[in-house]
Design a binder for this molecule. Structure first.
Ligand code: C2O
Ligand code: CU
Length: 481
């Protein structure tokens, strides 16, 4: 799936054509000056019904929705500093938009219907244009009826290469997804099911890597692979066990981190990415199974690394693996303004809230939640409907700490648009790597503090990336002004 090239359109065709561009005023200093004219890269994404081979065995094709006819959608790959222009055409029978998950860009390009743009109507199109200021592993997906649209296959990787990438033998992307399929391999109905919403979301029964049932992944002894992992599932959290291998984590959510080995599983909540350097340290001819053990009772074999009989080299390469930092503003914790965010709701939510002393918010009864469809709450509000009002305003260009409490019995991968933030503490303890993320997985009852400089103005979505939680209230707008 790497190195798939996209149908690109020439710049001249664009200038000559009538496609309306939507270049907002790029005033924020974090974006390159328009006069600096970064090299422009043109792409096209067509959203349409299609089919995919999600199940093993001969010719069980599943009807999906896809970008450019494939699941995942075409890989968009550019170099840091380049400018992307992506024409999105909507051939679905419902509205859509495209959100560039993890990319720091001007608000008008963020792809949130009724907040940053009008939705793209059936038959309509929209032109997104923005600079790739950060290198890293990102992805794109709709932000309209996300549970159904992402769940039916609308997602794709967006790779921004470093100006000088680290040396590896292969750069490989694994887009992990799970699907809920019915008996004849069709996508099961029931998007929006409230039983999914009150629990852990729409967990599937078919795992795919790059839109296919996982098959042996062929490797060679001594080989060094940069493995970009992306979790595009609606709800499933992956916890990968690489067995004898000792992968080094070099980036989280696209942002470089001090290279380190995971203590335990490699955990990816929905929306999250991890870049690994993986050295093939086993003997020629061996076979090693990578397992997903996040839910220990439901552990399963994900994929086998199948070693060729001849080694590539007999020593692990000693090439450096640290990535150059991206141009992020460093929050000043001594001056940061602090904001408390508490999440509650869901099955068993009342009990957890009581236990955590979160008495400031009345716990709604399960019955009321099921009747109203409002199941998850941020600071007591379950957002619904279009054009949301901000629940929090951050003063522009100041440092801020969001102190978040997960007063629920469930995991929540919390995602903020338009920013990467530092995860500074968990349960009161400073994190070892102070990692930059755009989606932070919070365990039940966990407290997490994140910090950022509010240098990107606009109305930004903040939500749980379990898409059924998002759809049932766990979403809001943070305004930077
Ligand atoms: Cu990946 Cu608001 O989304
Ligand atoms: Cu959630």
């Amino acid at each position: 799936m790497t190195n798939v090239s996209l149908p690109t359109l020439s710049r001249r065709a664009f200038l000559a054509g009538s496609a309306a561009t939507a270049t907002g005023a790029l005033l924020a200093p974090i974006w390159p000056n328009a006069a600096d004219a970064a090299p422009l890269r043109d792409f096209k994404l067509r959203c349409s019904p299609g089919s995919a081979q999600l199940s093993p065995g001969p010719s069980v094709a599943t009807k999906v929705w896809s970008y450019n006819g494939t699941v995942p959608g075409s890989e968009i790959r550019v170099k840091q500093g380049e400018r992307l222009r992506v024409v999105v055409e909507n051939e679905l029978e419902q509205n859509t938009t495209v959100h560039w998950h993890g990319i720091r860009l001007p608000n008008a390009m963020d792809g949130v219907p009724n907040v940053t743009q009008e939705p793209i109507a059936p038959g309509g199109n929209f032109v997104y244009e923005f600079d790739a200021v950060d290198a890293g592993t990102f992805w794109y997906h709709p932000h309209e009826r996300s549970s159904e649209q992402v769940g039916r296959g609308l997602y794709g990787p967006l790779i921004v290469e470093e100006r000088e990438p680290i040396r590896v033998d292969r750069d490989v992307t694994w887009v992990l997804d799970d699907w809920r399929l019915g008996p004849s391999g069709e996508i099961a109905a029931g998007f929006g099911d409230l039983r999914d919403a009150v629990h852990g979301g729409r967990i599937g029964n078919r795992i795919t890597i790059n839109g296919r049932p996982p098959e042996d992944f062929k490797v060679r002894t001594g080989e060094r692979i940069r493995l970009r992992l992306l979790n595009t599932a609606n709800a499933r959290i992956f916890g990968l066990d690489f067995a004898e291998h000792r992968p080094s984590i070099i980036a989280l959510d696209g942002q470089p981190v001090t290279p380190h080995q995971p203590d335990g599983l490699l955990v990816l909540g929905p929306g999250m990415r991890i870049d690994l350097v993986l050295d093939m340290t086993e003997a020629p001819g061996s076979r090693v199974t990578i397992r997903d053990r996040f839910f220990e009772d439901y552990a399963y074999d994900l994929i086998d690394l199948a070693y060729a009989d001849t080694p590539l080299r007999d020593k692990i390469p000693d090439w450096p693996i640290a990535l150059p930092a991206n141009p992020l503003s460093e929050p000043d914790l001594t001056k940061a303004e602090r904001h408390e965010l508490i999440f509650n709701g869901g099955m068993m939510g009342g009990a957890v809230m009581q236990e955590m002393g979160a008495s400031m918010i009345a716990a709604p009864t399960m019955r009321r939640m099921m009747q109203s469809g409002s199941i998850w709450f941020i600071n007591g509000v379950a957002a619904s409907g279009l054009a949301m009002k901000p629940f929090l305003t951050l003063e522009r260009d100041k440092s801020h700490v969001l102190a978040m409490t997960n007063a629920t019995g469930w995991e929540h991968p919390m995602h903020l648009h338009g920013y990467s933030f530092r995860v500074i503490s968990r349960n009161g303890k400073p994190t070892q790597h102070q990692e930059w993320q755009d989606t932070v997985l919070m365990m039940p009852r966990e407290r997490v503090e994140i910090a950022l400089v509010a240098d990107n103005p606009g109305d930004w979505m903040f939500h749980c990336h379990i898409l059924e939680h998002q759809a049932s209230g766990m979403v809001g707008v943070i305004r930077v002004a």
